[in-house]
Design a protein around this ligand. Structure first.
Ligand code: KG4
Ligand code: ZN
Length: 360
């Protein structure tokens, strides 16, 4: 018999980019099911996400993904107490699929509906447990670092109110990992491949620099990207690397050592920028708990350096579990649970999608 703590059971839907995801969470924040269907195979021939293909894939993947999630949770759709779907930011056609599904289910079952900001989903995800245990209690106040393909944001959260501390001025961290990997002809999604290959290289401390900041703190990754692309061209000109023809992929084991070293240096500089900004922001702003989330939170070096920094700075570090670092629907359901606890809900018929939504 379900206890009160187990209610509400929330069905989460996430389709903002190229993952079709459905999850079921209980009222204690236990993940009863989390299914993510990746579209990597469909997008791989193009080296990146093709929005039109992504929306169609969401539509065709949804029946199996949702059926699997309910089966894993051991529930029927009628056992669901509330429905949550990502309303943005993301690719419009993709968001429309998930939000329309969520709105219809909530309206049809007469259940509360939550249109969730994608970033809000990532923000609370470090408090989800990957072992079926209830979610950790979310502190009243914490600092959130979201590093993904679309965001590099340091945020201050107090009682559910979010204020931006540092944003990227240009590219997001994941985006530059993808672009550098793409230039080398690595398979999509390139970020995790670059991370893996960087492990085999020797980083030079002098090749790439962390952008300097004075009074105003910001992240900036476009300079690092441009310089990395220039270095790749230079390797090609010197005959140290041969790029595959357009659409082709280089077998990883054939990448020469200078390329691996370049990737190690690139990754080190990208990670160092995060640590540098954390050090600086801490001179102005107390950080007790730092919750790190987003696809790039899976980066091996970033995780290791954050653990090191948090130890020396006596910061309580909450690193998202690898299960929930990339896009998933458990995080969307969890953000909705937070909203429901605050007595918030949206009109299922009145909630619209948006490709960009300010977060503050
Ligand atoms: O959070 P996410 O799944 O989607 C967005 O909201 O953007 O993040 C995806 C991003 C991609 O850019 C992907 O290449 C990057 O996260 N990523 C990584 C790693 N794993 C995923 N970047 C660097 N190192 C990784 N291990
Ligand atoms: Zn995301």
């Amino acid at each position: 018999m379900a206890s009160d703590l187990d209610r509400p059971r929330i069905l989460g839907i996430e389709t903002s980019c190229d993952d079709t995801a459905c999850a079921v969470l209980d009222g204690a924040g236990r993940v009863l099911a989390s299914v993510v269907s990746s579209q990597n195979v469909a997008h791989r021939p193009f080296g990146g996400v093709v929005p039109e293909i992504a929306s169609r894939e969401h539509l065709s993947n949804w029946p199996a993904v949702s059926a699997q999630a309910l089966e894993q949770a051991g529930l029927s759709i009628y056992d669901i107490d509330a429905v949550a779907a990502t309303r943005g930011p993301g690719l419009i056609g993709c968001l429309l699929v998930g939000l329309s599904l969520g709105r219809s289910i909530a309206f049809g079952l007469d259940r509360p509906f939550h249109g969730v900001h994608h970033l809000e989903g990532h923000l609370y995800s470090p408090f989800l447990q990957s072992n079926g245990e209830p979610a950790e209690e979310v502190p009243e106040r914490f600092t959130g670092l979201v590093v993904s393909g679309g965001h590099t944001s340091l945020l201050d959260i107090r009682g559910g109110r979010v204020t931006s501390l540092i944003e990227t001025r240009d590219d997001a961290m994941g985006e530059v990992f993808d672009k550098v990997g793409r230039q080398l002809g690595l398979p999509f999604p390139q970020g995790p491949v670059v991370d893996r290959l960087a492990e085999k290289g020797m980083a030079s401390r002098t090749l790439f620099k962390v952008p300097r900041v004075k009074d105003e703190l910001f992240f900036s990754y476009s300079g690092l990207k441009t310089q990395a692309l220039r270095e790749i061209r230079s390797l090609e000109e010197r005959g140290l690397f041969v790029r595959p023809p357009a659409g082709g992929c280089v077998p990883e084991e054939e990448l020469p050592q200078p390329v691996l070293d370049l990737l190690a240096s690139f990754r080190a500089a990208a990670v160092q920028q995060i640590i540098d900004r954390l050090r600086r922001v801490r001179n102005r702003h107390a950080i007790d708990t730092l919750a790190v989330s987003g696809g790039v939170a899976a980066n091996r070096l970033l995780r290791a350096e954050l653990i090191r920094w948090a130890e020396t700075a006596s910061v309580n570090l909450r690193l998202v579990s690898l299960k929930y670092s990339g896009d998933n629907a458990a995080m969307i359901a969890f953000a909705a649970l937070m909203r429901q606890r605050l007595g918030l809900a949206d009109d299922p018929l009145g909630t619209a999608v948006a490709s960009r939504i300010p977060f503050d």
